[in-house]
Every structure is written in C-alpha cells, then in structure tokens.
Design a protein around this ligand. Structure first.
Ligand code: APR
Length: 235
C-alpha cells in the first residue's frame, strides 16, 4: 500500500470558519503573537493568554470539518495516510482521520506548567486561572508558543521521508522548523501543493501546484489519487 503524507496548515481549516494567521483577516493582523502566544506573554499576563485561547476554543466548538478534511479521510481507503498538521484545531480528528501528528500542539488540551508530560483534555471551551494539574500547578494551553521547541519535528521529518506521495495544504510555509519539512520529501515522491496563493513556491522541483481553495482543490486531488493505479509510479 503506498504511503501518503499530508502536511497541513491553517488554510485547510479556513473554509470551516477558523481564522488563519497571515491572511488579510488573520489572527496576527489583530493580535501580536508576542502578547498572546509566547512564554513571556504567559509570565506577564496569563489571563490575556488564557482568554486568547478560550475565544479560539469556543469558536472551534461551533465549526465543523470541511470537504478538504473529509476528502483526506477517504484516502485511507486506498493508501496508508499520515497527517502532520501545524493546526491546533481538532478538525482532522473530527473528520475521521486516524493518523495525525500535531506539530504545534492541540488547543482542546491543557498541560501542567510543572511537568509538561501531564496533558489533560479541556472539557468545554474554558481554561481558567485556578485550573490546576495533579501536582497543583496552573494549567496552560497544550500549544507550542513562539520561542518554544517543536518536540515533534524529528518524528515528523522521518515520516515525511517515507512518503510516496506528499501533499502540502494551506500553509504559508514561513514558520520554522515546520516549514522545513518539505525538504524531507523523497526526490522520487509525487509532491502536490493546494493553496490559492501557492505560486510563490514554484521553486520546489516537481511540485504539482493546485491554486485552489482546499475545499475544492483537495477533493479534486483525492479523486485523482483514488483513481490512480497505485501499482504504477504516481505521476
Ligand atoms: N484553502 C487553502 N489554503 C488557504 C485557504 C483556503 N481556503 N485560505 C488561506 N489559505 C492559505 C494561505 O494562502 C496561506 O498560504 O493558507 C495559508 C495560511 O498561512 P498562515 O496563516 O501563515 O498559516 P500557517 O501556515 O498554518 O501558519 C503556520 O504559524 O503562527 C504560527 O503556529 C502558528 O501553526 C501556525 C504557523
């Protein structure tokens, strides 16, 4: 069974109604990430940080996976599929994908500020001051903040290195080390990029660019891949 590795960013969730970060209406147009998504922000104003993630979590509970998320689930009927996402939303899970690695954490989980391996599901949308871990320390969002290490980048790079087919969907590829993953795709793998503004990446060799929104481009690409004879080399 051929292996497809899918690398997603905020763009795959945009049509579900989840804000991206760097589009004209993106989160970093109305917030300074240094003030809401960094260790210094947490030290200086934890209530502002908690509120920033509570608002996003509340919105997430009101949206659904879109056709792009659902199309990736269909791929699992014919391929071994591994999703590596920069997104902290749970829309891939809710769509039904079964093999998901979150590079930047998960907004619906909280973790101890004393032992980061203590991770808890957040019931509902709110994480408040006074919500504590079993060791008695304040819980924080289980999200990788700017300036923090991306612990999953090693395993993610290894996974990308095993791809027969590599899909990149809805990411500006400006945040490292995540963006560097595209360099780990094997030379002989078939590479596809789905993004309405993808033209800037035409420098990547053998990249099939689909300049469409994910909600249209991903189902179309999945349709092609599902019709492909997986014995032959993917074109
Ligand atoms: N379908 C497909 N792609 C889309 C759509 C859509 N409907 N709408 C926007 N896009 C594309 C944009 O063209 C852009 O290339 O999605 C990308 C969104 O880029 P960013 O907002 O930068 O999001 P992302 O690449 O996921 O950011 C990476 O930055 O702030 C950090 O940790 C945060 O994980 C995030 C990381």
């Amino acid at each position: 069974m051929k292996k497809i590795v899918v690398f997603t960013g905020a763009g795959i969730s945009a049509e579900s109604g989840v804000q991206t970060f760097r589009d004209s209406n993106g989160l970093w147009r109305t917030h300074r990430f240094e003030e809401v998504a960094s260790p210094n922000a947490w030290d200086s104003d934890p209530d502002l940080v908690l509120e920033f993630y509570n608002i996003r979590r509340k919105q997430l509970l009101e949206v659904e996976p879109n056709p792009a998320h659902l199309a990736l689930v269909k791929l699992e009927e014919k391929y071994e599929v591994q999703i590596i996402t920069q997104n902290v939303d749970d829309l891939h899970e809710r769509a039904g994908s079964t093999n998901i690695l979150h590079l930047h954490g998960e907004i619906r989980k909280a973790r101890s500020t004393r032992n980061q391996s203590l991770i808890y599901d957040i019931d509902g949308w709110e994480l408040k001051r006074g919500d504590k871990c079993e060791l008695g320390s304040q819980l924080r969002p289980h999200v990788v903040w700017f300036g923090e290490s991306v612990d999953q980048i090693g395993p993610a790079a290894e996974i990308v290195g095993t791809a027969d087919i590599f899909l990149v969907i809805g990411t500006s590829l400006v945040v490292y080390p995540a963006a560097g993953l595209i360099n780990y795709a094997p030379d002989n793998s078939a590479k596809y990029l789905v993004d309405p503004k993808a033209s800037r990446l035409s420098g990547i060799p053998n990249l099939n660019i689909i300049m469409e929104k994910a909600g249209k481009g991903v189902p179309e690409l999945v349709g092609q891949l599902m019709n492909q004879d997986t014995e032959s080399n993917p074109s």
